[in-house]
Design a protein around this ligand. Structure first.
Ligand code: FE2
Ligand code: FE2
Length: 207
């Protein structure tokens, strides 16, 4: 009687849940070993990802500097708790910058720490502000810019580079917490509520 079971040919693609068989994986891993973590199955456009990572690095560095400035310049009766928050955020932005720089190197790129052009590479701005409310507001605006730009970056990465995507997702979650902290601080300021709710054009309505 003829058996209904057939023996699958060795390394038949249909029999394996993986895209590549082991022999092929081993062969490919030996090619271009100088690329380190960057293997032929990397699906994103490396140059685009490196540029976007360097933009994110600049954004983080500008945020480190702005928060640092605000930490030292915070004055007034509400300043102590706010200054402590600025310092904590500054340190976390430095951590993000380091994580991003590390990923750039893993991908075979070079992190751009040059102060030349830093503020134009950054998405967020470096605005000093004068009052404590100004500082909180400027930091909140910068966080909101970072949130939107990181969200776009994450969407672009999709499944093409899940490692960079996960990194940016973890950073995005912290930026969202920062924005939330700042919105709370702004509400707690004596002039916070009215300034936050003022329509954007009201300043010039009598011009
Ligand atoms: Fe950050
Ligand atoms: Fe942040």
């Amino acid at each position: 009687m003829r058996s209904t079971q057939t023996t699958a040919p060795k390394n038949a693609p249909a029999e394996t849940p993986f895209l590549s068989d082991v022999t092929e994986l081993r062969r490919r891993a030996r090619e271009h070993i100088e690329n380190g973590a960057l293997t032929p199955s990397y699906l994103a456009n490396k140059e685009v990802v490196l540029n976007l990572l360097n933009d994110a690095l600049a954004t983080e560095l500008v945020c480190v500097l702005r928060y640092r400035r605000h930490y030292f310049m915070a004055r007034g009766i509400h300043s102590q708790a706010v200054a402590e928050e600025f310092l904590a955020h500054s340190n976390e932005e430095q951590g993000h910058a380091d994580q991003i720089a590390e990923r750039i190197v893993q991908l075979g790129g070079e992190p751009n720490f040059s102060p030349d052009g830093l503020t134009s590479r950054s998405h967020a701005e470096y605005i000093e502000g004068t009052t404590l409310s100004d500082m909180i507001r400027e930091n909140l605006v910068a966080e909101r810019i970072a949130i939107d730009s990181y969200r776009d970056f994450i969407q672009y990465l999709g499944e093409k580079d899940p490692t960079t995507r996960r990194l940016m997702e973890s950073i995005l979650a912290v930026e969202e917490e920062h924005a939330d902290d700042l919105a709370d601080l702004l509400q707690g300021m004596p002039d916070g509520q009215s300034e936050v709710r003022r329509p954007p054009m009201s300043k010039h309505s009598n011009d």
